[in-house]
Design a protein around this ligand. Structure first.
Ligand code: AHR
Length: 500
């Protein structure tokens, strides 16, 4: 632990292109995420559509590439037709995931319009609980069809001539969960998912279909990938072959009461990604899917720091995030960058008010501690992931979950690196140590100006409430090749950006 840490960067060794979609979001009809979050009609902070302008600005600043909707668990009893057409005729329904009432005031057209205003791609999740294949096909037709057909015409009647071209569609959400309306066995799920995939791709072959996984390491994941990731003989002639399933989704939330293991817990997700990637490879081998098919087939469509027990609010959903949680989020994002060869999309759960870095108040928008690493990653950690070696001591205390110990590393300095479009190197470093600054030798880089962004606070437990205690501190330094050291302060996140 006492040896001087070192980071060796290899700018010319490109590991993989980072998919921008790893900085995706998620908005569910849950708590105050939609109502009072992105949609707040009557509030002076909202526009003529009832969309909160401060929230839109934050999504734009984040350059959020894709947003998942409408759930989550909510979608298991959601009928999209309830949420289109004249507002005063939309039915109110009991909502069974969070035991509330759904007014359907906000639905498909509102969400897709909001995505256009924000400049983000929508990602819709299908109802595998009480929904039918007919409804799913109707929804796809409503969103994407140019034909003179019933649901495409219904869209036109509701004021939208052009199709929305929704590219991403998920085949249900957490259907393995005991809390889920319509919980399924893996056998039943795989069968239904495959049938629905076939029909969806017949109607619109251009969409990307996402299979419902668990945490990537379960027998559910192993079974459904094996059953569904296969070459499909398609079309009347039987001559067209392709894979109907494009991606496999997984969900993990991490949290612990103590700063450590809280900040090391996301490392377990790195292991999960490696295992999921192997399961997908195995399915391809077993089902003779050629190796030329795309990589980046993991869709990590729910991730975050969340402990429903510690979180206040009716649903255990309004987490107050500490600096420790912000460092955990930085480690999460380092995981996605390091695993960029496998991860094609990741969605922080969630984007507003519900376990979120952004919290609306009646008069403004609070940026929680976790907002800052998310913003820095999304702004700067794009382009090509590059190889980086890190030598430093490890945290050796209890881990969360306990099986991490021995299967993944838990270094004090958690690092990822990339080359941006401008050719400049960026290094993201979380120093999770609660009491030690680390003077670190950084090798492999050119001299010149380096922009430095630091996120830290007085101690790992500080939160942003009335006072913003955690934000970004910026400075520019000269990288001097005769003294290639940087001191990473205790409990901090630092992004170093070489200027080109
Ligand atoms: O993001 C909150 C909930 O967590 C989602 O609705 C569900 O999919 C998961 O269990």
């Amino acid at each position: 632990e006492d040896a001087e840490p070192s980071i060796l960067v290899h700018p010319s060794y490109k590991v993989s292109k980072i998919n921008d979609n790893i900085y995706g979001g998620f908005t569910e009809h849950m708590g105050r995420c939609i109502y009072g979050g992105i949609y707040d009609p009557g509030n002076p902070l909202s526009d003529e559509n009832g969309f909160r302008k401060d929230v839109i600005d934050a999504f734009k600043e984040l350059n959020c590439p894709v947003v998942r909707y409408p759930g989550g668990n909510f979608v298991a009893t959601y009928h999209w037709l309830d949420g289109v057409g004249p507002r005063d005729q939309r039915p109110k329904r009991p909502e069974l995931a969070w035991l509330g009432l759904e007014t359907n005031e906000f639905g498909t057209d509102e969400f897709l319009k909001w995505c256009e205003v924000v400049g983000t791609e929508p990602y819709l999740c299908l109802n595998f609980g009480t929904g039918t294949l007919d409804e799913a096909l109707g929804w796809l037709e409503y969103c994407n069809s140019r034909q003179n057909t019933y649901y495409a015409n219904l869209r036109r009647k509701n004021g939208r001539e052009e199709p929305y071209n929704v590219k991403y569609w998920a085949l249900g959400n957490e259907m393995w969960g005991p809390w889920q309306v319509g919980q399924m066995t893996k056998e039943d799920y795989a069968k239904q998912a495959y049938q629905w995939a076939k029909a969806m791709k017949l109607l619109d072959p251009t969409i990307t279909l996402i299979l419902c996984g668990q945490d990537g390491t379960s027998s559910w994941d192993s079974y459904v990938t094996k059953e569904c990731i296969k070459w499909d003989v398609h079309g009347l002639s039987g001559s067209t072959t392709k894979s109907l399933i494009d991606m496999h989704s997984i969900h993990i939330y991490t949290a612990a009461k103590e700063h450590l293991p809280n900040a090391t817990a996301p490392r377990s997700a790195e292991r999960a990604i490696q295992i999921t990637s192997s399961l997908i490879d195995l399915a391809r081998i077993e089902n003779k899917v050629p190796h030329t098919v795309p990589r980046q087939t993991i869709c990590f469509d729910e991730w975050n720091v969340w402990d429903p027990v510690r979180a206040p609010g009716e649903l255990g959903a309004e987490e107050k995030y500490s600096l420790s949680d912000a460092l955990a989020v930085a480690v999460w994002l380092n995981v996605f960058v390091r695993q960029s060869a496998h991860v094609g999309m990741a969605n922080i759960a969630q984007s507003v008010n519900v376990i979120s870095p952004l919290m609306t108040t009646p008069t403004g928008l609070l940026k929680q501690t976790t907002w800052w690493p998310l913003l820095l990653f999304s702004k700067y950690m794009r382009g090509d992931q590059i190889a980086v070696n890190v030598g430093c001591g490890e945290y050796e205390g209890p881990t969360q979950p306990s099986w991490i110990r021995g299967t993944v590393e838990t270094p004090w300095l958690d690092v990822s690196a990339c080359v941006g479009e401008d050719g400049g190197v960026r290094i993201a470093v979380a120093n999770i140590h609660h009491e030690k600054d680390f003077r670190t030798r950084i090798g492999g880089l050119e001299g010149g100006k380096v922009e430095v962004y630091t996120v830290t606070g007085n101690n790992p437990l500080v939160v942003n409430d009335d006072v913003e205690r955690v934000g970004i501190v910026e400075k520019t330094i000269e990288w001097d090749l005769s003294n290639q050291y940087y001191v990473f302060p205790k409990h901090s996140f630092t992004l170093l950006k070489w200027k080109k």
